[in-house]
Design a binder for this molecule. Structure first.
Ligand SMILES: Nc1ccn([C@@H]2O[C@H](COP(=O)(O)OP(=O)(O)OP(=O)(O)O)[C@@H](O)[C@H]2O)c(=O)n1
Ligand SMILES: C[C@](O)(CO)[C@H](O)COP(=O)(O)O
Length: 236
């Protein structure tokens, strides 16, 4: 598919987390993968896309690592302060998009800094599949394993029907106006929002699930980075 047939889009990269589950000496987005930081690899998934309008990265207010990266001076990247939760960091980035001239109907793609293995095929598939969708949607992976619902005592309560269960990934792709309103309203209502789709769902919408690669994984625990490092060294 020609990328020029795809819709233009703004990119938001939430990168203000502390990565507590990694138990590392720095936030996980600054851990090394194949000679560069995870964050740099993630940004590279978007920066050279011909349909990218502008990219906003949300960073911790006291982030000492960002200024050390070569891309910190890249004029295609806008930096904003992150917030207490991921949703706050995303909303701060949307506020900057408004300042940059984002229009209500513009597409916004939100992608975790901790997902450096996004393929260009998946990115373009998301853009192509949702280009004319009335709501938007997200990359997701259908459950592959048998799923159990846990009891409070840590024993199995039941086996869940996995045929209707998908894991939400990113990028998640929504219109700027709808995403801004849904996220802002959900945060004011103190609704637990862990991804952009859940804000749109809370607003009564039904985002579309676009099947993507399972190796677009979020680096969350040490073994996730170990796996990626092995995978990337094998590809070199
Ligand atoms: N206040 C926050 C929290 C998270 N994130 C970002 O959201 C993405 C997904 O969040 P998660 O994997 O939970 O990252 P952390 O919150 O850093 O990890 P942990 O929950 O283990 O502390 C990450 O790229 C993270 O940097 C963010 O921008 N702002
Ligand atoms: C947005 C996300 O990656 C979709 O699976 C996920 O919700 C992020 O959750 P986290 O707890 O902030 O890692």
């Amino acid at each position: 598919m020609s990328t020029l047939s795809l819709p233009e889009f703004w990119a938001v990269i939430p990168a203000a987390g502390v990565g507590s589950r990694m138990r590392a000496d720095r936030p996980k987005q600054y851990l090394e993968l194949s000679g560069r930081t995870i964050l740099e690899h993630t940004l590279d998934c978007f920066l050279d896309h011909p349909r990218l309008k502008r990219l906003v990265v949300s960073l911790a207010v006291d982030d000492p690592f960002w200024p050390t990266l070569a891309c910190a001076g890249d004029i295609r990247i806008e930096r904003v302060d992150g917030g207490r939760e991921r949703a706050d960091s995303v909303l701060n980035a949307l506020l900057r998009l408004e300042e940059l001239g984002a229009q209500s109907h513009d597409w916004v793609l939100v992608h975790d800094a901790a997902r450096p293995n996004l393929s260009s095929f998946d990115l373009d598939r998301l853009l192509s599949e949702l280009a004319n969708d009335p709501v938007g949607g997200l990359l997701a992976v259908p459950a592959k394993d048998t799923l159990k619902r846990a009891r409070a005592d840590g024993r199995v309560a039941e086996t869940v029907d996995r045929s209707v269960i998908w894991q939400a990934y990113t990028p998640q792709m929504f219109r700027f106006g709808a995403l801004y309103r849904a996220l802002a309203d959900a945060l004011v209502a103190d609704v637990a929002i862990t991804d952009e789709a859940s804000a749109l769902e809370w607003a009564g919408q039904a985002p579309r699930l676009i099947e993507g690669r399972a190796d677009n994984l979020k680096v969350t625990r040490p073994e996730d980075l170990d796996w990626l490092r092995q995978r990337w060294s094998a590809k070199r």
